[in-house]
Each structure stands twice: as structure tokens, then as C-alpha cells.
Design a protein around this ligand. Structure first.
Ligand code: AVJ
Length: 322
């Protein structure tokens, strides 16, 4: 017997198309930030990390360098490093170099190509390391290789990517990673601290316009992948500091009244109307401590830079007896 399946129809949609049509037909237009990171978007983000105004990457890298031996002193020999999201690998190198003979490296990323390239680089640089990449969305449940449960485990979530998540997503992510890393695990988390808007705004609206290109690229992606006709010159990048929500918001502002066609759907924009594309939350030490505690993690060490711009915290299991 054959049953008509809506997923086999030619009209079936992709998750990207679902999110775009859903987000742009709302009262307040918004797109999930993960769609910013296609190949071009990831390249532009790499360029952002080296901008003079963008302090987070170089600050976190500096903290990890300065604190590497302190971090390594609370992780036993022969550990497994489990990294959520595969980045440019610089931070991974710092941690692996500091740990005592690490045995496993488990990078987790939703983008397979990106993940496998990063895994290859680490494998080549550390021949003694067993590299076991996992293609997965780390906001969902990730099954870790069974073999790492026999060794000490260290979760690693750098880059203040946690700042893109909502309270509920943070809680779910921290609690799930705690459960899957298992008893006695440690966790190294990097997040951005609250600071003056005078520092934050240029970090998300740089003089060279790299962040603007990064934000506008999502429209080019919609044009290319969903047969749309956004005129990129009729939108501008805006970075706003939302004090009450303690977050930088990226928006794309319509430079006039206009209608855009996406496939067969027409979307109207008023002059000045925006599409909200990303939140980048900035936390106080206390807020993050509370969120970690609520998810079952206890704070073992807290590290920062001399200007207290960025935080790296080392978490442990609060069910440990030692
Ligand atoms: C990759 C999410 C950490 O929020 O600072 C940089 C992304 N957006 N400039 C951040 C981003 C605009 C970045 N994260």
C-alpha cells in the first residue's frame, strides 16, 4: 500500500524556507540567527573576529592562554575534550596543548563539511589523539561515543555562542550536556560580560562594514536559495543595545516602503521597519552563576581579562563528593 506523503510532494519545504516564511510574515519580522552562517557568512564571521573593534575573540583567546595551566590542573590525565560547535581551532589548540595527554577529541557541529575539516586539522596536529566528530545540533540531545565515559570528560563551549540563546535554550543545553557528559565531568564555558554601550556598539557595527556585510548576507542567501528578490541596497545593518534585555540586537532596516517576493510569497516592508536577525547577550557574573547552578553545574574557577570584558568559567558537577 502506498500512502501519499506530504514530504514527497514537489511543494515540500526546507527548514530554511519554513523559518524564512514564518519569520517574515510575522507582525515583528525576525530570522533565526543560525541562518547567518552559510559558507560566505562563516567567512565573514571569521573576518569579524580579527577586527579592532571586535574584542571578544582576542580577549577570550588571551584568557585561555593565561589560564591554561590552571584549567589543566583540575582535569585528570587522559581526558576527552568535547567541543560544542567547531570553530577556527585556535582555542581548541590552546586547551589541548595544556591538558595532560588528552586521549579523545569530540567536536560537535551541525555543518558537516565545516566539522570534518576542523576534525582533520586537529587529527593531523595531534597524531596521538582519537578524534571522533559528531554531526549534530548541540541544542538537541547529542549521543557521545560510549568509549569516552571511561575517561575524564571536559565539555568546551567557547566564543560566547551561549549569548545567542534564550534563557530556556541555555537551561536545556546546560542540563543536557551535563547529563550526557556524565558524573564527574568538567565544563569550560566562555561568555561575554556586560559593559558600556560605547564599547558594544562599535563591536557590532565596525568602521569597515564587515558586520554589515555579514548581516546583509542573509538576504543574499534568501535570494539565492529561495528564489527571492531582495535589493540589498535598500536595507541597512543596525546594531542596537537593548539595556533591559542586556543584549546587542542586529537588525536589517528597510530604507523605504517596498515589497519583496520570496518564491510565490509577497512580503511588504514599511520604511524603517526591521528584520531582527541576532541577539548577542551580555551576562553579569551573577546571572551566569545562577543559570549554571540551576542546570546542576557548580562553579569551580572563574577567569577574566584585566579589563573584565570577557569571562571563562570552569564548571564541575555539584553531585561530586570530593
Ligand atoms: C558568534 C554569536 C559569538 O554574538 O558576538 C559577531 C556573532 N554577530 N558579530 C557574537 C556576531 C555579529 C558572535 N557569536
Amino acid at each position: 500500500m502506498t500512502i501519499a506523503n506530504r514530504y514527497s510532494q514537489p511543494s515540500s519545504t526546507s527548514p530554511f524556507q519554513d523559518d524564512v516564511l514564518d519569520g517574515l510574515t510575522r507582525q515583528r519580522k525576525a530570522l533565526p540567527s543560525r541562518w547567518l552562517y552559510d559558507e560566505r557568512g562563516s567567512e565573514l564571521f571569521e573576518a569579524i573576529t580579527t577586527l579592532p573593534e571586535y574584542y571578544p575573540t582576542r580577549t577570550e583567546t588571551g584568557i585561555l592562554r593565561d589560564c591554561a595551566s590552571s584549567i589543566a590542573s583540575v582535569v585528570e590525565r587522559g581526558a576527552a575534550l568535547v567541543e560544542y560547535g567547531a570553530g577556527a581551532s585556535t582555542k581548541t589548540h590552546i586547551v589541548l596543548d595544556a591538558l595532560n595527554s588528552p586521549r579523545y577529541y569530540v567536536p560537535i557541529d551541525i555543518s558537516g563539511d565545516f566539522l570534518l575539516a576542523a576534525a582533520k586539522r586537529i587529527e593531523t596536529a595531534y597524531p596521538a589523539l582519537d578524534v571522533a566528530p559528531r554531526i549534530a545540533d548541540f541544542l538537541r540531545t547529542v549521543s557521545l561515543p560510549q568509549k569516552i565515559q571511561a575517561v575524564p570528560r571536559l565539555g568546551f563551549f567557547p566564543g560566547s555562542t551561549i549569548g545567542n540563546l534564550s534563557d530556556l535554550e541555555i537551561h536545556t543545553y546546560l542540563a543536557r550536556s551535563k547529563a550526557s557528559l556524565g558524573q564527574g565531568a568538567r565544563f569550560l564555558l566562555g561568555y561575554d560580560l556586560r559593559k558600556a554601550a560605547e564599547t558594544l556598539i562599535p563591536a557590532y557595527d565596525d568602521a569597515q562594514g564587515v558586520t554589515a556585510a555579514f548581516n546583509l548576507n542573509i538576504l543574499a542567501r534568501i535570494n539565492r536559495e529561495l528564489n527571492a528578490d531582495f535589493d540589498l541596497s535598500r536595507f541597512r545593518h543596525v546594531a542596537v543595545w537593548n539595556e533591559s534585555q542586556s543584549r546587542i540586537e542586529m537588525h536589517l532596516e528597510s530604507l523605504g516602503r517596498q515589497t519583496v517576493t520570496i518564491g510565490s510569497v509577497k512580503v511588504r516592508f514599511e520604511a524603517g521597519e526591521t528584520i531582527h536577525t541576532e541577539n548577542s547577550r551580555k551576562f553579569s557574573w551573577d546571572t551566569m552563576r545562577r543559570m549554571c547552578t540551576a542546570a546542576g553545574w557548580s562553579t569551580l574557577r572563574e577567569y577574566t581579562d584585566c579589563a573584565e570584558q570577557f569571562a571563562v568559567v570552569l564548571l564541575g558537577s555539584d553531585d561530586e563528593t570530593s
